[in-house]
Design a binder for this molecule. Structure first.
Ligand SMILES: *[C@@H]1O[C@H](CO)[C@@H](O)[C@H](O)[C@H]1NC(C)=O
Ligand SMILES: *[C@@H]1O[C@H](CO)[C@@H](O)[C@H](O)[C@H]1NC(C)=O
Ligand SMILES: *[C@@H]1O[C@H](CO)[C@@H](O)[C@H](O)[C@H]1NC(C)=O
Length: 467
């Protein structure tokens, strides 16, 4: 309910903004920040500012509703401010109200013009109606801004959470909804790509890997809906959380391998596998939290094997000295079924190593992927991640052009499929996939993505192991 009403609210805001733009471009000044002066201010403006700076509404008076004339030209073209109630209706912050709007107008009682003597600050900047002294540095999402000679000087990074993109997606017809995630707030798109993905683009040899032979089935042989979590409720592992560690190569592989081993062993082995074991120990041509290849991960799982999550939990190294961060805390010898020492997590006794068979490539044909999942369990898929994917909240994801053309490779777990009619009655087919951004992201850590059109390359390279 909360989400629905929030989406409705965002929609209302978006349409209001649109209407406002149609009517009048008056609110088209740069949002968020404005300065009390610009570099070219003329003498008259200086004089006017010294008279009125910061006390516009007190001088102009407050107006109810929307009244475009209830405005005040502080100094420059970028600094028209308003004293009408409408100025507070914008989003994200009420930014085009005059600086003293809240003091003067935001009271139930009628404001009165004040004749008290008032000393304007010599210089400084405003944001969201608040005054900041010269030299103040504040953070605005992923950018830092410094008040310099009464002007905000901000870095110009593109932020991972962009309100305009969220609004664009939620008011458009994309079939999915976007949301602001506090874990991404303050990050740049570059940081998102670096810290939240971390799968190397597939090598030539991987792309040329032959697909396993399969007796294809026609689509009507498949159920309309399938989810591995329903087919093998006890054996499918939940979505993981890689946090700010760019190691989706390890998380997606550990997750698919754990499911496959559980299914193959018919429930005899259901342990979670340790992604940290891969991150810290599979270091040959792999770069831990700075990225790695899924191929390398599968090879390591086959030759060395990994311990359980309980034995070597994710981020276990984090509490150690920086020097221990990249250290491998389990040692395995080829052929041994147990590590040479106790678990890093002393509370866990079993230092058993889990191995799986060689990885193989599944055909990219939609129904062949479905057959593989239905018969043998979840598979690993790579995908292109564009910046809008970070904002995914629910629905059937497809890349929106508005989110630009920059992308990076990620890897995820495909575990089912389904179809739904969209609001025009068109059938929308989707995959069900598990991401590794925690359960607060997307649909409980899962997402749905368009099926059958190789959306974001999701069907391009599918890997699995027999267990
Ligand atoms: C997004 O979330 C962060 C952290 O919860 C919050 O500070 C920020 O104001 C939100 N931004 C928008 C545009 O809603
Ligand atoms: C796997 O780990 C999660 C915590 O990440 C835990 O909730 C779950 O019970 C574990 N499952 C198994 C089978 O050990
Ligand atoms: C390791 O486990 C496998 C399968 O359970 C078994 O066949 C093999 O003999 C074990 N190896 C050793 C050295 O114990």
């Amino acid at each position: 309910m909360w989400l629905k009403s929030q989406i409705l609210l965002l929609y209302c805001i978006a349409s209001e903004v649109w209407t406002a733009k149609q009517l009048d471009s008056r609110r088209n000044f740069p949002r968020g920040f404005y300065s009390v002066e610009d570099g070219n201010s003329a003498k008259w403006n200086r004089l006017k500012r010294s008279l009125y700076q910061g006390r516009s509404c007190r001088v102009r008076g407050c107006c109810t509703g929307r009244d475009d004339d209830c405005s005040f030209n502080i100094v420059s073209k970028a600094a028209v401010c308003y004293c009408d109630q409408f100025c507070t209706s914008g989003s994200p912050g009420p930014v085009d109200c005059c600086a003293d709007y809240w003091d003067v107008c935001d009271h139930p009682v009628e404001p009165t013009r004040s004749d008290e003597p008032w000393l304007p600050p010599a210089s400084g900047c405003y944001k969201d109606g608040r005054f900041y002294g010269e030299g103040t540095i504040i953070k605005d999402n992923c950018n830092s801004c410094k008040c310099f000679q009464s002007l905000w000087k901000c870095s110009k990074e593109v932020c991972l959470v962009r309100q305009d993109l969220i609004q664009h997606i939620n008011s458009g017809d994309y079939g999915w909804k976007a949301d602001n995630y506090s874990q991404f707030w303050g990050m740049t798109v570059e940081e998102g790509f670096k810290k939240r993905l971390g799968t190397f683009p597939p090598s030539h040899s991987l792309l040329n890997m032959r697909e396993a032979p399969v007796n294809s089935l026609p689509e009507e042989k498949f159920p309309a809906f399938f989810a591995a979590t329903y087919a093998w409720p006890e054996w499918i592992h939940d979505p993981l959380d890689q946090r700010n560690c760019g190691a989706s190569w390890a998380f997606s592989t550990a997750s698919v391998a754990a499911d496959r081993i559980a299914i193959h062993s018919e429930g005899e082995i259901t342990d979670n596998l340790s992604a940290q074991n891969l991150i810290s120990c599979d270091t040959r041509n792999q770069h831990g939290c700075n990225g790695g290849s899924i191929e390398g991960a599968w090879r390591y799982l086959k030759t060395h094997g990994v311990v359980s999550y309980a034995c070597y939990p994710s981020f276990w190294n984090d509490h150690l000295e920086p020097s221990g961060e990249n250290h491998c805390y389990v040692s395995s010898e080829i052929g041994k079924n147990y590590t040479n020492g106790p678990c890093p997590n002393a509370l866990e006794e079993s230092n058993r190593l889990y191995r799986c068979a060689s990885h193989y490539r599944v055909s990219s044909k939609e129904t062949d992927i479905m057959k593989e999942i239905m018969e043998k369990g979840p598979v690993q898929a790579i995908m292109k991640v564009y910046e809008d994917f970070f904002l995914y909240k629910e629905g059937i994801y497809r890349h929106s052009q508005k989110a630009g053309s920059k992308w990076k490779t990620h890897s995820v777990k495909l575990l089912g499929w389904g179809a739904l009619a969209d609001k025009n009655g068109q059938k929308q087919k989707f995959w069900i996939a598990a991401n590794s951004w925690g359960k607060s992201w997307g649909e409980n850590g899962y997402f749905r993505i368009l099926r059958g059109q190789n959306e974001c390359d999701i069907e391009k390279l599918i890997l699995a192991t027999s267990g």
